[in-house]
Design a protein around this ligand. Structure first.
Ligand code: ATP
Ligand code: MG
Length: 764
């Protein structure tokens, strides 16, 4: 019976209103893509505040990415005209970091703990695996880290795992030792890896009910977006947070548990590989008794053609409840399909189409390009740079992954958390100051015997019998760190960073180097200084700790940058929850989508189909599906087959275009005039506006789309004709079977390498 918030109910359909107004303890909203789930969450938060049912500080809203959190905060602010201060709108990880910073000492960590990203974890695991000679059992940093991560997401620790493992199996014994050592070293370094952030918060709450009660009392309303992708640890965290707080002896436990709202769509569950569990949705009603369930069915995002394609694709997953989304937006444009000869050709198509949209008034910021694997960005970036198309890679952690940036961070980390041995090891001889592995080992064993840290051992250099040069180098480094610690207490982050970079000699070593790459590295460090200054502007009271926290969370998850005015490139996983007017889904091929690794996973192909569904449903008005006939991947160029999922889209919804560099396999070489003619028939008068002159018809049946030269025999010296490059002479043939490549010197087009099986060539 709200009145003050009536304007918050305008622009909502009856089911959405009911969801905003419901005031029971537990609410589950399940609905397909684009049906307004996130919008309902936003309006619900605003309505709680506007009706004075909650203070902003009593609200905890969990989103899947930092970007989504920033957007949600902005929307709530718009609806309320401010008044979001103190509200927690964040990812699971950010919320847990905030809690752990306050309570770290309860779990035996310093509040200045470091957050290890996956590459830090792997460096650590590499050392541990070596120590145990565990590579003999096939352990690598990557696979050990994946196994540990999975266990942590299930809240299993090393001891718990060992109890159930078959410890007569040496392989299992080795794994348990790795897991134990890894955890011990994290603890010693006062570091959490990403999975720990969640798991340790749950342990904290379970071990210290009075600590849990603080948060249970604080957060009266907990709201979770993208609930289908919560894993067991995240689910447990929500359970702990929404429990009835235990009485503290003075006040009996009179307070009820918090009100919980979750929204999700089991068709968009795409993180099973990280332990996400759709059952969390299915079993919500059982876990939260008396829960209200609301379904939403109208989609407000996409045109009917896009929605029909999405519905058709997802209906092939057998283990789902059928729900049909509808829209009254109208059919809209057909989906455009394109088959390129190569990944480059495909990228060129994407760039050309974006330019065309842009000429027709579409802003770059309304366009997104999605792909399954990060490797696919290379071709896209190359073409985009060449075409001077403004773009931004979202969720791209590239900058923070650079070695020199990691070095700079290691310096900052060593200042903030001297226990972090990984950081100290990284900077000890960076830049080179003559401290080799033997010296480091000696320092480390001194630290171990004296039960102190590697950082502290640097102070003892003069007592350890090193030569004068080595002693001097160690003491200098130690002095630089001390100076930075003093600065960090008083001064600004940018000063700490510049002092470290100058006095450690790192920046000079890059500037003075003859390696041209080092110049770019020095520029990257300057860029990092700019990042710290930006941080200071946005957070006048921000400390070094705040800065490192923000960066480690952003770098690992996604980007906070404003990307209006640029085309957004991202993986399908990153795309979840977002929407764009025009969407390009690239690389719709077997081995990419479904990804070849998914074949070995139970439920893998279904999960990949959901990923495709997520991609399709991001588009508002225009959807482009593209693929290539050859794909450079895993270091070689191979024949690519159209994705099985393409055939699940009704043919009448897609209009196929073909690459000018390829020909119809069954039709052989067709006359260009005929093709141009057919093309203009299918495209009507628009053909003249096409950036390419020679578009050809492409059959609707994508299964035909791969040319097959079968076992065309070619040898050095043969003359061939290529549909685009003209005549040439084969120089050499390499590779075998379907991967045979002809190295051809064309008379007019230069040297090319062609995959014989599918290249549009004939022997003369
Ligand atoms: P996803 O499953 O992809 O996360 P969602 O269910 O969270 O989607 P929203 O992002 O909340 O959907 O909404 C999709 C789009 O539809 C948004 O642009 C939103 O503003 C708009 N929308 C939602 N409900 C309505 C409505 N009742 N009237 C007009 N527009 C709406
Ligand atoms: Mg959403």
């Amino acid at each position: 019976g709200a009145t003050a918030s009536d304007h918050l109910l305008d622009g909502l359909n009856p089911q959405q209103r009911e969801a905003v107004e419901y005031r029971g303890k537990a609410l589950l909203i399940v609905a397909g893509a684009g049906s307004g789930k996130t919008r309902v969450l936003t309006h619900r938060i605003a309505s709680l505040i506007e009706n004075r049912e909650a203070w902003p500080s009593q609200i905890l809203a969990i989103t899947f990415t930092n970007k989504a959190a920033a957007e949600m905060r902005e929307r709530v602010e718009d609806l309320l005209g401010g008044r979001t201060e103190g509200m927690w709108i964040s990812t699971f990880h950010s919320a847990c970091v905030r809690i752990l910073r306050r309570e770290a000492e309860n779990v035996g960590f310093s509040k200045n703990f470091t957050i290890y990203d996956s590459s830090d974890s792997r460096v650590l695991l590499k050392r541990i695996i070596k120590r145990h000679d565990a590579d003999m059992f096939g352990f690598t940093p990557a696979n050990a880290s994946a196994r540990i991560s999975k266990l942590k997401n299930e809240l299993a620790d090393a001891d718990g795992y060992a109890r159930n493992a078959n410890m007569s199996d040496p392989n299992e014994v080795a794994f348990v030792e790795i897991f134990r050592d890894y955890q011990r070293e994290l603890q010693r370094a006062s570091a959490f890896d990403f999975d720990d952030l969640i798991a340790q918060t749950v342990y904290l709450f379970r071990a210290f009910p009075q600590v849990a009660a603080l948060y249970q009392k604080k957060f009266r309303y907990v709201l979770v977006d993208e609930y289908q992708d919560t894993n067991h640890a995240q689910y447990s965290l929500i359970r702990e947070l929404t429990r009835e707080p235990e009485g503290d002896g003075f006040l009996p436990g009179t307070l009820e548990g918090a009100s919980l709202t979750v929204v999700g769509d089991s068709d968009q569950s795409i993180y099973a590989f990280r332990g996400a569990d759709i059952r969390n949705i299915v079993e919500f009603e059982r876990d939260f008794t008396g829960a209200k369930v609301i379904l939403l069915e109208q989609n407000y995002r996409s045109t009917q053609n896009i929605l029909s394609a999405a519905n058709a694709v997802i209906s092939n997953n057998f283990d789902r409840k059928d729900k049909k989304l509808w829209t009254d937006i109208g059919d809209g444009d057909k989906i455009i399909g394109f088959t390129g000869y190569s990944g480059h050709d495909e990228a060129q198509f994407v760039a050309d189409e974006i330019e065309r949209l842009h000429r027709n008034g579409v802003a770059y910021g309304d366009v997104a390009v999605f792909y399954r694997t990060n490797a696919q960005t290379r071709a896209l970036e190359e073409i985009f740079v060449r075409s001077a198309l403004p773009y931004k890679i979202m969720g791209g952690t590239k900058f923070y992954e650079r070695a020199e940036i990691k070095d700079a961070f290691a310096y900052l980390t060593a200042v903030m958390n001297p226990a972090d041995e990984l950081a100290v090891r990284r900077i000890i001889n960076t830049p080179k100051r003559g401290l080799g592995p033997a010296t480091i080992t000696q320092l480390a064993s001194f630290a171990e015997n004296a039960e102190t840290t590697l950082r502290e051992s640097l102070r003892e250099a003069s007592t350890l019998g090193f030569g004068p040069k080595v002693t001097r180098a160690i003491s200098d480094l130690s002095a630089v760190l001390d100076e930075a610690v003093a600065l960090a207490d008083a001064g600004r982050v940018s000063e700490v960073l510049t002092t470290l970079m100058q006095k450690s000699g790192l920046i000079d070593s890059l500037r003075m180097s003859r390696d041209p790459q080092d110049e770019a590295r020095a520029e990257n460090i300057d860029e990092l200084v700019a990042v710290t200054k930006e941080f200071e502007r946005n957070n006048p009271d921000g400390t070094l700790l705040d800065f490192l926290t923000e960066v480690s969370l952003v770098a690992a998850a996604d980007d906070l940058d404003d990307a209006s005015g640029t085309v957004s490139l991202m993986t399908l996983h990153t795309a979840k929850g977002l929407e764009y007017d025009s969407v390009f889904l690239t690389g719709i091929e077997e081995d990419l989508l479904p990804h070849r690794m998914s074949a070995n996973e139970p439920g893998g192909p279904s999960e990949e189909r959901r990923l495709f569904y997520v991609g399709i449903t991001r588009a508002r008005k225009r959807l482009f599906l593209s693929l290539a006939m050859t794909r450079a991947q895993y270091g070689e160029t191979a024949v690519a087959m159209p994705s099985r999922y393409l055939q699940e889209i009704p043919a009448e919804l897609i209009e196929w275009r073909q690459s000018p560099g390829s020909v119809n396999s069954r039709g052989g070489t067709q006359s260009r005039a005929l093709n141009a003619n057919r093309w203009s028939q299918t495209r009507g008068t628009d053909a003249a506006a096409l950036p390419r002159a020679e578009k050809k018809e492409w059959p609707n049946k994508v299964t035909n789309s791969v040319r097959d030269n079968g076992d065309l025999e070619l040898a050095a010296g043969d003359r061939i004709r290529h549909t685009d490059f003209g005549e040439g002479r084969v120089q050499n043939v390499t590779g075998e079977g379907t991967k045979r490549v002809a190295h051809v010197q064309f008379d007019n087009a230069g040297a090319k390498k062609l995959l014989i099986k599918i290249a549009p060539i004939e022997k003369l």
